[in-house]
Unconditional design. Structure first.
Length: 220
């Protein structure tokens, strides 16, 4: 990956710092639309449930069942069936309660943003291998757009957390909705049919979505 693309990425550590959540723990409906991510999500949930089950079952059995009912293999088996299901359901309810809709939407926009960055990286690799042609000026325009969008995404994530942590904050503070949309619209691609033109259009749509979400957040 080219150095200018590495600087554009928003790492999981930065997302964790900006949002106060581990991005892997935030359930987003869009995950269900991707087969690979859906499988990964369910696998992770199963592993967490299996890891917690022996601890929870052992605690319940040792401190509740044995002192009151004595040894019971039947109850032990029932617990081994019920507890994993309860863990999965409990984690799902906890996510819904603690992860606001605005945060899940913004994290979806971050993912779309990263997809554009990855598309440029793939195009760079193809160009370097002689399998594709690209306009350097067009690439620079898209990179400039992504730099502006990165600023807006970071600002939006910060604003969401501020408003989430300070519910009495006056939400009509215009500083929170300042964005780079005007600058993005001034960017021009020499060949409107090129791959980079499509990437710029995707970038503009991300910027519009982020702006719309910011305005929702700051409505009184």
């Amino acid at each position: 990956m080219q150095p200018d693309l590495v600087g554009l990425e928003i790492s999981k550590g930065e997302l964790r710092r900006l949002t106060g959540f581990d991005p892997e723990d935030v359930f987003r409906p869009s995950i269900m639309a991707d087969k690979e991510k859906r499988l990964g999500f369910f696998l992770n949930e199963a592993l967490v449930a299996l890891a917690l089950t022996p601890i929870i079952v052992g605690t319940i059995y040792a401190f509740i069942i044995l002192p009151t009912l004595g040894s019971s293999n039947k109850l032990g088996v029932i617990l081994l069936i019920i507890v994993p299901v309860a863990v999965v359901v409990g984690r799902s309810l906890w996510r819904k309660k603690t992860c606001p809709h605005a945060l899940t939407t913004l994290l979806d926009e971050v993912e779309k943003y990263h997809q554009v960055v990855q598309a440029i990286d793939i195009n760079d690799q193809l160009t370097n291998s002689g399998n594709a042609k690209s306009s350097i000026s067009d690439r620079e325009q898209v990179i400039s757009a992504l730099q502006l969008i990165r600023e807006d995404l970071v600002r939006a994530l910060k604003s969401e957390r501020i408003l989430r942590d300070n519910k009495k904050l006056l939400a009509n503070n215009q500083d929170l909705v300042v964005n780079n949309l005007a600058n993005l619209q001034n960017l021009q691609i020499s060949n409107q049919a090129s791959e980079y033109a499509q990437l710029l259009n995707q970038s503009l749509q991300i910027a519009l979505d982020v702006q719309a979400e910011l305005r929702k957040l700051t409505k009184v």
